[in-house]
Design a protein around this ligand. Structure first.
Ligand SMILES: Cc1cc2nc3c(=O)[nH]c(=O)nc-3n(C[C@H](O)[C@H](O)[C@H](O)COP(=O)(O)OP(=O)(O)OC[C@H]3O[C@@H](n4cnc5c(N)ncnc54)[C@H](O)[C@@H]3O)c2cc1C
Length: 85
């Protein structure tokens, strides 16, 4: 049976930071993660990065759809503007 000096539950930001700090001090450390989908924790899997990606993509989509609508309006008004000029 393997023996450890420290056992960390959760391979998130906190767990991996603590594991690295303990490892540097020569403390034999094990990290336990309950989910195979959560290596790295909340931030990289479902928190910070995925949510920011969604926010930026939504902002880009909004910008593009505004430009398309504006173009359509310009094309609709063009014949009337030509008549006036
Ligand atoms: C939507 C969202 C957006 C965020 N955006 C930002 C941001 O922009 N900037 C920022 O700094 N922070 C952000 N955060 C906060 C950031 O994600 C957390 O501060 C950070 O993940 C906390 O790290 P942690 O190690 O304490 O917990 P977590 O990263 O949640 O890690 C805990 C880990 O423990 C595991 N675990 C839980 N119970 C057990 C168990 N019984 N046995 C084994 N494993 C277990 C979990 O599966 C998980 O992998 C955001 C959070 C969310 C939800």
């Amino acid at each position: 049976m393997k023996k450890y000096d420290a056992l960390i539950i959760g391979f998130g930001k906190g767990g991996k930071t603590l594991a690295a700090a303990l490892g540097k001090k020569g403390i034999k450390t094990a990290v336990i993660e309950k989910s195979p989908l959560m290596y790295g924790g909340t931030c990289i899997n479902i928190g910070c990065i995925p949510t920011k990606k969604l926010i930026h993509t939504a902002a880009d989509a909004k910008k593009i759809s505004r430009q398309i609508i504006l173009k359509k309006i310009i094309f609709m008004l063009l014949p009337f503007v030509k008549k006036i000029l």
